[in-house]
Write a protein that binds this ligand. Structure first.
Ligand SMILES: Nc1ncnc2c1ncn2[C@@H]1O[C@H](COP(=O)(O)OP(=O)(O)OP(=O)(O)O)[C@@H](O)[C@H]1O
Length: 781
C-alpha cells in the first residue's frame, strides 16, 4: 500500500511519533469471586490512576508499586460505551481518514477482554457507518476479515475451512495472510451476521475461571477505502485506504488456577508463549526501536507488527479483575500496560492513486521530457560552436597526413638498418672464425664473461649443477669454506658448459663462445671480458720483511698473518685467502685443455711422473732446515697490473724463452742445502693451485717439510735472483748438490711447460704432487 501523500488527503498526516493509547478497565467481581468471598484490592482513584488498596507487606511494598497511571482508567461501573468513547474511538475512527489503527484487549483470562472488545468493535463499526452516512461526498468501500491464531495456527474465521493459512511478506503491505477471506461489508446487519459467524467459529472452551474462555487470539479487520466522488473518473482521482484491527487476545492464565489439563493445558501453553512474545516486543519497543525486535517469534506479533510499532495508531485496553486472588496476574497486566504506553508508532495517511490517474500523470511527465529533448538538439548550436568544430576537423586532417609521412620515413629507415646489419653480421662472423685458436678450441667453451659474472654474482644463475660441481672440491678444504674453485670448473669444462646452457634462466642469456657471434657488439663484449679476465690475476709480491722466526711456517699461518684486513667476499678473494691461489683463467683453460685432451704430451708426462721420485719430505725438511728456521716471510698479496702483463706475455712463445733463461740461470747459494730443486724453478710457476691436502699437510707442522720448503723456495728465488750474477760457479755448486735429480728437474722443465706439469700433477695425483704444495703463483722477479 503506497503512502505517497495524496492530493485529496482528508486528514493531515501525522509527521510525529505517537504513543500507544493505554487504558485500564476494572471489571466488577463476578459471581464465582463473590461466592468465595474474594475481595477487591484495586480502586480507580481518578480517570488515569488505579491503586492497590490492600496493605502490602514490607517486602511487597518494595517490589510493587501501589499506584499505576495510564491514559484512562475505568471503574467497575464504567460502561463499555465510556471505554470506547475515551479509550478507542479516536484511534479506531482514524481508519476513515486513511490511517491504520488497532485496538487491543489485553488481560488475564475472565478479566472481560471479549466483553470489552465486542462492545468496542460494534461501537466502532457503528460509528463508521455513521461517518459514511454523513460523508456522502465520498464513496466508501468496507471489507471485513477475521482470523484467529489458535495454537500458533492461523485460521480464517469467515471460512468453514479450518485449514491453517500461511503468512506472506508483502513489500508494500507487510505481513499478509494468504487466501484470507475479505468480505465486503454492506450494512450493519451484514456486519452483525459476520460477527456472529466468527464467534461461532472461534475456539472457545470452558475453564475453571471462565465458562466461555476464548482459547485463541482473534483479529477482526475492517478495511475502508474511500474516494472523493467529485474526482471519480477524472485525472485527480485517488483514494484512501486503511484498516482497523480489533484484537481480542486470549487471556494469560495459570494452569493451577484454570485447572487446565490436556487440550486446555496445551492451549494455555501456546497462549502464554505468544503473549510472552508480545510482551517482549512491547518491552523492546518501549526502549526504542534500536536493535532486533522479535516480531517474527510469534504469528501474533508478526501479523500485528505494523500496529505495534509502525504505520498505525494503536490503543490498548487492559482488562483486570479486582479480586485479591488474581492480584499477581493483575500486576503482570499493569506491568504490560506500563511498557505499552512507552511505545510509539508513526501513523501516516495511506493514499492510493488510481491507475487512471497514474497513467495520466506519467503521460504528462513523458511529454515534458520529450520537449526538453527536442529543445537540446543541434539546431540550437551557435555559429561560434560550429566554427570551432570546423577548426578541429581541419587540425585532425593535418595530423593524419603528418602521421602518414612519418610512417613512411620510419619504414625506410628500418629497411636501411636491416641491410646494414646484414652486411655487418657477415663481417663479424668472418672475424670471429678467424680469431678462434685452432690449437685450443675448448678455450671458448669457458666464457670469461659468464665466469666473471658467476664469480661476482654467483646467485644470478643459480645453477644447481654448477653448485654441485663447485661443492665437490669445496669439501676438500680443511677450513670448510665452500667458495667456488676455478680448478673445479677447469676439471669439468664440458659439464659446466652444458649446465650453463641447460640451466640458465630464460631471461638470462648464456653466451657460448664456441658459437660464432653474429655482430660486432658480441665481439666487443668478448674482448672486454678477456680484458676483465686478465684482471683476475692475483700476484704475490714477496717482501723480505722478516717479521718473526716461526720455525714451522705454513700456509695457514701465512693466511692469517697476511690477510688480516682482507674482507674480500668474492670467490677470487676467498681463493687467495684460503690457499694463496692465483687464478689466470687463460692458463687454466690451457691446463684443462691439455690435461683432458689425452695428447702425446700428456702421456709422456704421466710416464715421467711414474718414474719421477721426489725427495721425501723428511729429506727436504732436513735440507731446508737452515733457511726455514732462520726466517719466515710475510707474504703480501696485491693486484699487480705489471704482473698481469707479464703473465699475458708468458702465455705465448715467450714462455719458452724464459725456460731457456731459467735453464741458464746460475744456481744460488741457497741450493746448497736443497739438493732436489733447481734455483730457477720458481720463476716459471704461473698458476699454482692450492690443494686442500696442502693445507692439511701444512697443519702437520714439521711433518710437512715440503710445504715449508715452498715458502723458502720463494725466498730462495728472490735470493737467487740477486745472486745470478755469481755466474757458473753457482751452477756447478747446484749440480753438485742436486745431483742427477736436479738435472732431471731441469730436463723436465725444458721439455714441458710448467703449467702443464702443474696441471698434470694436480689433476692426476693431487695428494702426492709436491708442486701443488708450493702454492705460489706468478712471482715477479
Ligand atoms: N466490565 C464488566 N462488567 C460486567 N461483567 C463483565 C465485565 N467484564 C467481564 N464481565 C463478565 O465476565 C465474564 C468473563 O468475561 P470475558 O469472557 O470477556 O473474559 P475474557 O477476558 O475474555 O476471558 P477469556 O480470556 O478467558 O476469554 C463474562 O461473563 C463477562 O460477562
Amino acid at each position: 500500500m503506497d503512502s505517497v501523500g495524496g492530493e485529496e488527503a482528508i486528514q493531515e498526516p501525522t509527521d510525529h511519533d505517537e504513543r500507544i493509547l493505554v487504558s485500564v478497565r476494572l471489571r466488577p467481581l463476578n459471581e464465582k469471586e463473590l461466592a468465595r468471598n474474594d475481595v477487591s484490592d484495586w480502586e480507580c482513584i481518578n480517570d488515569t490512576t488505579i491503586i492497590y488498596r490492600s496493605n502490602l507487606s514490607a517486602t511487597d511494598r518494595s517490589l510493587y508499586p501501589t499506584a499505576y497511571s495510564f491514559d484512562s482508567v475505568f471503574r467497575t461501573d464504567s460502561s463499555t460505551r465510556q471505554v470506547y468513547e475515551k479509550a478507542a474511538k479516536e484511534v479506531a475512527l482514524s481508519v476513515v481518514g486513511g490511517i491504520n489503527s488497532s485496538i487491543f484487549a489485553y488481560g488475564q483470562t475472565s478479566s472481560g477482554k471479549t466483553y470489552t472488545m465486542s462492545g468496542i468493535t460494534e461501537y466502532t463499526v457503528a460509528d463508521i457507518f455513521n461517518y459514511i452516512e454523513k460523508h456522502t461526498e465520498r464513496e466508501f468501500m468496507l471489507k471485513f476479515s477475521a482470523i484467529e491464531i489458535y495454537n500458533e495456527s492461523v485460521r480464517d474465521l469467515l471460512s468453514p475451512d479450518c485449514t491453517p493459512l500461511r503468512l506472506l511478506d508483502d513489500p508494500e503491505r507487510g505481513t499478509v495472510v494468504e487466501r484470507l477471506t475479505e468480505e465486503t461489508l454492506g450494512d450493519w446487519n451484514h456486519f452483525t451476521e459476520l460477527i456472529s459467524f466468527c464467534e461461532a467459529q472461534r475456539q472457545i472452551g470452558e475453564t475453571a475461571l471462565n465458562e466461555a474462555s476464548s482459547r485463541s487470539h482473534q483479529i477482526l479487520r475492517l478495511t475502508i477505502e474511500s474516494s472523493a466522488r467529485e474526482f471519480l473518473g477524472n485525472d485527480k482521482s485517488s483514494s484512501l485506504s486503511a484498516s482497523v484491527n480489533f484484537v481480542d487476545l486470549a487471556g494469560s492464565e495459570r494452569a493451577s488456577q484454570t485447572h487446565s489439563a490436556g487440550t486446555r493445558l496445551k492451549e494455555g501453553c501456546h497462549i502464554n508463549r505468544s503473549l510472552l512474545t508480545l510482551g517482549t516486543v512491547i518491552r523492546k519497543l518501549s526502549k526504542g526501536r534500536n536493535g532486533h525486535i522479535p516480531f517474527r517469534d510469534s504469528k501474533l506479533t508478526r501479523i500485528l507488527q505494523s500496529s505495534l510499532g509502525g504505520n498505525a495508531r494503536t490503543a490498548i485496553i487492559c482488562t483486570m479483575s479486582p479480586a485479591r486472588s488474581h492480584v499477581e496476574q493483575t500486576r503482570n497486566t499493569l506491568l504490560f500496560a506500563s511498557c505499552a504506553k512507552e511505545v510509539s508508532t508513526n501513523a501516516q495517511v495511506n493514499v492510493v492513486v488510481s491507475d487512471k490517474a497514474l497513467v495520466k500523470q506519467l503521460q504528462k511527465e513523458l511529454a515534458r521530457l520529450e520537449d526538453e529533448l527536442r529543445n537540446s538538439g543541434p539546431a540550437h548550436l551557435t555559429s561560434e560552436t560550429a566554427a570551432l568544430l570546423r577548426e578541429k576537423d581541419r587540425q585532425i586532417d593535418m595530423l593524419k597526413k603528418e602521421v602518414r609521412e612519418l610512417t613512411l620515413q620510419r619504414d625506410l629507415a628500418q629497411s636501411r638498418i636491416s641491410d646494414m646489419l646484414r652486411v655487418h653480421g657477415e663481417d663479424v662472423a668472418t672475424i670471429e672464425l678467424q680469431s678462434m685458436d685452432p690449437q685450443y678450441p675448448n678455450l671458448h667453451m669457458r666464457n670469461s664473461w659468464n665466469f666473471e659474472n658467476q664469480r661476482e654474482e654467483p646467485n644470478v644463475l643459480s645453477l644447481d649443477g654448477e653448485e654441485s660441481v663447485r661443492s665437490f672440491d669445496a669439501s676438500q678444504y680443511s677450513d670448510g669454506h665452500s667458495f667456488s674453485s676455478d680448478e673445479n670448473l677447469f676439471q669439468l669444462p664440458d659439464l659446466e658448459k652444458n649446465l650453463l646452457v641447460r640451466n640458465s634462466p630464460p631471461g638470462l642469456p648464456v653466451k657460448r663462445t664456441d658459437a660464432v657471434p653474429n655482430d660486432l657488439d658480441q665481439k666487443r663484449i668478448e674482448e672486454q671480458h678477456e680484458e676483465d679476465n686478465c684482471k683476475e690475476v692475483r700476484c704475490i709480491e714477496l717482501e723480505d720483511v722478516i717479521t718473526n722466526t716461526h720455525k714451522h711456517s705454513n700456509t695457514s699461518d701465512l693466511r692469517s698473518n697476511t690477510y688480516t684486513d682482507s674482507n674480500a667476499s668474492s670467490p677470487s678473494a676467498n681463493t687467495a685467502i684460503s690457499g694463496l691461489i692465483v687464478v689466470d683463467n687463460r692458463d687454466k683453460e690451457k691446463v684443462v685443455d691439455l690435461s683432458s685432451s689425452g695428447s702425446k704430451e700428456d702421456k709422456r708426462l704421466n710416464h715421467l711422473h711414474q718414474d719421477f721420485v721426489l725427495p721425501s719430505p723428511k729429506e727436504i725438511s732436513v735440507c731446508m732446515t737452515g733457511n726455514s728456521t732462520s726466517s719466515s716471510r710475510t707474504l703480501k698479496l696485491s693486484r699487480s697490473r705489471s704482473c698481469k702483463a707479464s703473465i699475458m706475455r708468458n702465455l705465448s712463445s715467450d714462455w719458452f724463452e724464459d725456460v731457456d733463461v731459467i735453464q741458464n740461470t746460475p744456481p744460488i747459494g741457497i741450493e746448497k742445502a736443497f739438493p732436489g730443486r733447481p734455483e730457477g724453478f720458481p720463476k716459471n710457476i704461473y698458476a699454482l693451485n692450492y690443494n686442500a691436502n696442502a693445507e692439511r699437510l701444512s697443519c702437520n707442522g714439521h711433518g710437512n717439510s715440503v710445504q715449508n720448503s715452498s715458502v723458502d723456495d720463494v725466498q730462495n728465488v728472490k735470493s737467487s735472483t740477486n745472486k745470478e750474477r755469481e755466474g757458473t760457479e753457482n751452477i756447478n755448486r747446484l749440480n753438485l748438490l742436486a745431483g742427477h735429480e736436479v738435472s732431471f728437474y731441469c730436463t723436465l722443465l725444458i721439455l714441458f711447460p710448467i703449467p702443464v706439469l702443474m696441471a698434470k700433477y694436480q689433476l692426476t695425483d693431487p695428494i702426492d704432487n709436491s708442486f701443488n704444495h708450493c702454492s705460489i703463483d706468478s712471482v715477479n722477479l
